[in-house]
Design a protein around this ligand. Structure first.
Ligand code: SF4
Length: 121
């Protein structure tokens, strides 16, 4: 099997070609070892950092996962994020859910939030 990827590990964006027979993985097109590692992870267990926003009392609170979650879990993670409601002040980096993916990955706030603030403040 052969697959093509664009490496997203840095802005260079190398075009990677991955061939695998199910046992071994061969990567070409990578300028550095990070591309090989990225491609190997993409074919075995792709993962992503999830960024979104959570509903506060008066505004949306930007959030992200602290670490990558399995791509197959992203839909379930987004469902849990949509269901969250925050009714208190939140500090930058505060954990809003300690295990958003069921595998121990926390969801954190990427901005400070005050209950009385409105979007754009
Ligand atoms: S292979 Fe290396 S140089 Fe190329 S995009 Fe990935 S990290 Fe950047």
């Amino acid at each position: 099997m052969e697959r093509q990827f664009v490496c997203i590990e840095c802005p260079r964006g190398c075009a990677l070609t991955v061939t695998t027979d199910g046992k071994t993985v061969n990567v070409t097109g990578n300028f550095c070892p990070r591309g090989k590692k990225y491609a190997e992870a993409e074919v075995s267990c792709p993962r992503r950092v999830v960024t979104s926003s959570v509903r506060g009392m008066s505004a949306m609170i930007p959030v992200k996962t602290r670490g990558e979650v399995k791509k197959e879990n992203i839909f379930a993670v987004m469902k849990r994020i949509r269901a969250l409601r925050i009714n208190r002040d939140v500090a930058l980096g505060e954990v809003l859910d300690p295990d958003i993916d069921g595998e121990g990955t926390p969801l954190i706030a990427t901005a400070q939030y005050h209950r009385e603030q409105t979007d754009g403040q």
